[in-house]
Design a protein around this ligand. Sequence first.
Ligand code: FMN
Length: 392
Amino acid sequence: MIRFSTAGESHGEALMALVSGLPAGVPIDLEFVNRELWRRQQGYGRGDRMKIETDKAHILSGVRQGKTIGTPIALEIANHDWENWSAKLPVEAGDPALHQAVASPRPGHADLAGALKFNFPEARFVLERSSARETTARVAAGALAKLLLRSLGIEVGSHVIRVGHVALERNATWEEIAALDARNDVLLGCVDQATEDRMKEEVEQVSRTKDTVGGVFEVVVHGVPAGLGSYANWDERLDGQLAQAVMSVQAVKAVEIGHGVAAAASFGSEVHDPIQYAAEGTGQPTRFTRPSNNAGGIEGGVSNGEDIVVRGYLKPISTLRQPLESVRFDTREKTSASYERSDICVLPAAGVVGEAMVALTIARMTQEKFGGDSLVELQRNFAGYIEQIGKF
Ligand SMILES: Cc1cc2nc3c(=O)[nH]c(=O)nc-3n(C[C@H](O)[C@H](O)[C@H](O)COP(=O)(O)O)c2cc1C
């Protein structure tokens, strides 16, 4: 089974990911992993931290001579900022005069809840681990999952459908989303230029007023066959597992499958996707098809062969340049929340993190269904199933 975990602090020496369960023989393209890390660092409205860091993955185990060997993969991404923090966050006791406290908890962050929970006198250690810098390790792990999926013809991409008050008012095609991925000038990751221009204005507006903004990203999985996930038990449902994966991304406050939110305010006849059949002689492979995909490729917790569509709704970034009211941890006196260098908008970076979480989930469920200790075995099992449903 594919499992992963991460370790590391925002200003520690490095972020790390440990990924196990990938079959042997998956080609690992380090340039691709590093490009994914680069994509996570892009976007209009990011803070200065992204100018300090140029994330690069260093693989320590589990990959030899360009391919996975079926053993745990350890990955490390160095924090360049560590040189400014080594005395502030030493592993040993160090000099307390150099430690940098987060003296008043920041609303919208884990600061207060984390300090209470772990019995810290202030929130430095809470900030260090709850920070979304951790998503660097998730994206590196997700890149490995994407490489596995790619060898089965499954692709994962994302785009931004809302920044604050500005929304994309149409569906995007897979080709448009894939084309965004290839771009080197990432602004806000919207497939429509005019909408992206308005999204940029929205970010400029909040920058002027020292505010922040949230939005919605959409992750699309292209090429998944029908049959991933199950309705047999509640915890085997594909939609449920994707929801948990995407909800776990920092600042995501709601997850939607397909057009789930609009569907709740519509009639059934407007929502459900009719079933058609592309028979032989039509030029398309024979299969069941749909003229629409409002269900986002999942019915009854099982993939139905259409593109899988998962949306993550981000709250506005919590750290404000005009900080909200807070209280000092030591004296309980009223004060302003601590301020630490911050982004004001994290779309489309959050979409890249969403892709990683979706890719890891789909890879895990693919591996569960088709099994195999080597990629050859997995591909054979997968091809056999594709043939079976092709003949259905
Ligand atoms: C890619 C990404 C970058 C983020 N950068 C920041 C940031 O610079 N400043 C900030 O206050 N929050 C940032 N966040 C959000 C916080 O990490 C998050 O709101 C906080 O940890 C509290 O968790 P919660 O919002 O899930 O409750 C970012 C989130 C993501 C996905």
